[in-house]
Design a binder for this molecule. Structure first.
Ligand SMILES: Nc1nc2c(ncn2[C@@H]2O[C@H](COP(=O)(O)OP(=O)(O)OP(=O)(O)O)[C@@H](O)[C@H]2O)c(=O)[nH]1
Ligand SMILES: [Mg+2]
Ligand SMILES: [Zn+2]
Ligand SMILES: [Zn+2]
Length: 405
């Protein structure tokens, strides 16, 4: 297997610049209560990044060699552990600087279900799945918290309205949502000790619109180039061969089959080209980035199709990856793709990537009606599966075979 080029230091999860460890800045902790730190000043770099001076008045940043992730502010003398990117001045959490961050890129054609998936996946990680994995999911900056609430959780999960089409990045700056997922793992046996593993989960809600052409925006491109893993979402309603398997009540999407640029295979091919440029691999050589390919909206499929199938079973939910279940789901989705004359997708991924895995999930768990989530509310189904597999690939989650072997 080819290895990705060794990365010097960290990749900023906001601007995706590669930052050498000694260049990481510190930010003064400032005044608080009786603490006499530096007063806030307008941070021009940060304001430029966010496109607004609101929230960009902060205690100053400074360069320092810093030992053990701390340095004393040259102005006020107070020690600080807050670090910032030298390019965009966004915060770089210390757990992110200390452990290699993993950037997960989420891509898919227009209407594939990306925004809905982000809303639901993050909610699952903060709740049920987080508990199962003994993991905490913490936003790395206040803007991420606000944006998740405003653009994802409130409309979809509280008000049960479907999310609007994501606007093209060309119409305005868009920022990634940056989280730190930290798992506590206790090793059993003689050298028993707890260890924390961190994964920076950087989700950039791309507009399917922007993946239609090769002229992807600069930030977009850097996001893809920086990705350590890809989650590629495919709407089964866009696969013409799948129509016969869809419940009668589900209307055909307006775009189906009309726009070759939005066809799943063409979208993944453009993403693959971008990745090849970064990795500098030869055409025949597989890319080292793991790719999770998920059929979204599987609730639209006829119940008969899923009955007694691997996809119909629920995961055991033990804080491990059940490899038997993983194999079964992978095989089932592969068989479905081939049945639907979409086997090309599987073949292409097998040729281009050293490791790809197939998933079937539903973020909503039911067919929406008139712009709203169905009557039963949001009931995600296997939404976390792709992420669990990636955690397994990153060695943050153990794999088990309950059936032995
Ligand atoms: N049945 C069903 N429909 C879904 C599900 N998730 C999304 N949808 C439908 O798909 C539509 C598009 O979902 P989005 O999440 O907005 O898709 P997107 O990939 O973000 O689209 P763009 O922003 O245009 O790129 C939604 O409005 C829903 O109608 C699901 O789990 N089940
Ligand atoms: Mg969207
Ligand atoms: Zn940056
Ligand atoms: Zn200071």
């Amino acid at each position: 297997m080819t290895r990705p080029p060794a990365r010097q230091g960290v990749t900023c999860p906001y601007c995706f610049a590669a930052v050498a460890p000694q260049r990481i800045l510190f930010r003064c902790r400032g005044q608080a209560g009786r603490r006499q730190g530096c007063a806030p000043v307008l941070d021009k770099e940060l304001a430029e990044y966010t496109g607004s001076t609101a929230g960009a008045s902060l205690p100053p940043v400074f360069a320092a060699s810093g030992r053990k992730g701390r340095a004393d502010c040259p102005e006020c003398g107070l020690p600080t552990g807050n670090r910032a990117c030298p390019e965009c001045h966004n915060p770089l959490p210390s757990a992110y600087c200390d452990s290699p961050g993993r950037i997960v890129a989420l891509v898919g054609a227009k209407n594939a279900g990306k925004s809905t998936y982000i809303a639901v996946l993050l909610h699952e990680l903060m709740n049920r799945v987080g508990t199962e994995l003994d993991a905490s999911l913490v936003a790395c900056d206040d803007r991420t918290i606000e944006r998740y609430k405003r653009d994802f959780a409130r409309p979809l999960l509280e008000e049960r309205r479907l999310l609007p089409t994501t606007a093209s990045a060309a119409t305005g700056p868009r920022e990634p949502l940056v989280y730190l997922l930290t798992r506590t793992r206790t090793r059993k046996g003689r050298f028993a000790r707890a260890r924390n593993d961190s994964l920076a989960l950087v989700l950039f809600d791309t507009a399917g619109e922007d993946l239609r052409s090769r002229e992807v925006t600069d930030l977009h491109l850097r996001y893809l180039e920086a990705a350590d893993a890809i989650i590629f979402l495919v709407d089964p309603l866009e696969l013409p061969g799948a129509r016969a398997e869809v419940r009668d009540a589900v209307p055909a999407p307006r775009t189906a089959g009309e726009d070759p640029d939005s066809e799943p295979l063409n979208v993944i091919a453009r993403v693959t080209e971008t990745l090849r440029q970064r990795h500098g691999t030869r055409p025949g050589e597989p890319l080292p980035v793991p790719v999770a390919v998920a059929l979204t909206k599987i609730d639209v499929l006829r119940p008969g199709l899923l009955k007694q199938s691997a996809l119909h079973r629920s995961r055991s939910g033990q804080g491990v990856l059940d490899l038997d279940d993983r194999d079964a789901v992978n095989e089932q989705v592969r068989a479905m793709l081939h049945d639907w004359q979409a086997g090309q997708l599987d073949t292409y991924l097998g040729q281009q990537y050293a490791g790809h895995a197939l998933f079937g999930l539903s973020a909503l768990g039911g067919v929406p009606e008139r712009g709203r989530v169905g009557a039963g509310g949001v009931r995600p189904y296997r939404a976390e599966d792709p992420l669990l597999w990636l955690l397994y690939r990153f060695r943050m989650l153990d794999g088990v075979r309950p059936g032995g072997g």
